[in-house]
Design a protein around this ligand. Structure first.
Ligand code: V47
Ligand code: SF4
Length: 394
């Protein structure tokens, strides 16, 4: 039985009705539209008051996106897993001569694009390894060929790390490469490769590949061409709270400058089959929800926060719709990076499943394209046949 004296510990540890007084000045700022500082971010990181965090993040979320939760109909292509880098968290990569190494042929890539089109996808998400031997033209041709055959698909391709690699391969200016790939059919840039910007961590988990300045410069230049992109942060490994807040503030500063980011996606570290994950658990549910809420509160200039269901798991991604997120990502279908690292999420969610999850969370499902424009379909892709078993239904 807990004694009276131990109840203080329960309170300090976060009794459900306990409110952290340190959040009161932050509440005041959030409700009056004032920007949060680095130190505010650290307070958000330290608190166990998940309910107040959720309340504040939800306030901002509803100010920006009302009751809507977005999803899209997409498919992933990872054209190769061969990679010159050896990021400590990566379970996807393979050495050049490894038995698990693969490079997709043009036929395989086109077959995937055709399948995506037949299933009604509006987007292909294309990222992969940096192959030792393949030239820049191989990456360029993937975009050009898919676009030639399936111009209706939005191609969201190549992380900043890949762009940095293209510059290293070609020694040509980044802007020139971007203009060329854009003319060939590139639609936007995904947010991968950001990991943790701070050099104290970056040097330990992904030394050699594009550093923070290079990552940010790729997005800066793409935004200068009128392009849109996303941003991510890989959390829950060796980084500390101040590294995460530093990461968010670097993104916020670039967004002030360019306005080109659409959505921020916190990525929960998956520890299976990679050196960084040895003896390390996955981030807890508490941490996952805190990351969504803190991102929503710190990134006041990002229109959207995505709870990527493949990363968080379907259940947490659904709950995150009340903790600051307004997007679930899409149907996905072929996902290799997180499944290699131990993701237990299904490979695919159908549109009916996504819509049902969103409705059950009390939100209005809206299919979006990659640029967050609502998609109007003459015929719905799939009917929501089963009523959600929700406590809100009367
Ligand atoms: O950069 C790799 C991450 C990223 C692991 O822009 C891992 O809409 C956790 O960026 N545990 C690529 N994360 C994926 C990505 C992404 C995903 C969904 C949507 C969008 C978007 C972008 O995956 C990598 C890295 O940070 N990653 N290994 C791992 N073991
Ligand atoms: Fe290569 Fe990307 Fe894996 Fe790093 S995360 S090893 S860059 S595939």
């Amino acid at each position: 039985m807990p004694s009276v004296s131990s109840s203080a510990a329960i309170v300090a540890g976060g009794h459900p009705t306990w409110r952290d007084p340190r959040l009161e000045p932050i509440r005041e700022k959030v409700y009056t539209g004032q920007r949060l500082t680095f130190d505010d971010g650290l307070v958000l990181e330290q608190t166990c008051d998940l309910l107040t965090l959720g309340e504040l993040a939800n306030y901002v979320r509803e100010q920006k996106n009302g009751q809507v939760t977005y999803y899209n109909v997409n498919m992933h292509i990872n054209p190769t897993n061969v990679c010159v880098y050896r990021c400590a968290f990566c379970s996807f990569r393979a050495d050049l001569k490894s038995p698990t190494a693969y490079v997709m042929s043009e036929e395989e890539i086109l077959a995937r694009a055709q399948e995506a089109t037949q299933r009604g996808a509006t987007e292909l998400h294309i990222v992969g390894g940096l192959h030792h031997r393949l030239p820049y033209e191989w990456y360029y041709n993937i975009i050009a060929t898919i676009h030639q055959h399936y111009p209706q698909l939005h191609l969201k391709a190549w992380t900043a790390v890949e762009w940095d690699w293209f510059v290293r391969l070609t020694r040509r200016p980044l802007r020139e490469l971007m203009l060329e790939m854009k003319a060939a059919g590139l639609g936007s840039l995904p947010g991968g490769g950001a990991e943790i910007f701070h050099p104290e961590i970056r040097s330990q988990i992904c030394d050699y590949k594009a550093d923070a300045e290079q990552w940010l410069e790729v997005h800066r230049q793409w935004h200068a061409l009128g392009g849109k992109s996303n941003a991510t942060m890989l959390y829950g490994h060796i980084e500390k709270p101040y590294h995460r807040i530093d990461h968010l503030l670097r993104l916020r500063a670039l967004q002030d400058e360019t306005g080109g980011f659409q959505t921020f996606i916190p990525l929960a570290f998956h520890p299976a089959n990679n050196p960084l994950g040895r003896d390390r658990p996955r981030p807890s549910g508490m941490m996952d929800l805190k990351m969504i809420a803190i991102a929503r509160l710190m990134l006041d200039n990002f229109p959207h926060i995505k709870a990527y269901w493949q990363m968080l798991g379907v259940k947490t991604a659904q709950v995150a719709q009340s903790w600051g997120a307004d997007d679930l990502d899409g149907t996905v279908v072929y996902e290799r990076i997180y499944h290699a690292a131990g993701s237990e999420a299904p490979q695919e969610l159908t549109v009916a499943q996504l819509r049902r999850l969103i409705r059950e969370a009390g939100r209005i499902p809206v299919e979006r394209d990659t640029l967050y424009r609502p998609v109007q379909r003459p015929e719905p892709l799939e009917e929501e046949t089963v009523e959600p078993p929700t406590a809100t239904a009367v």
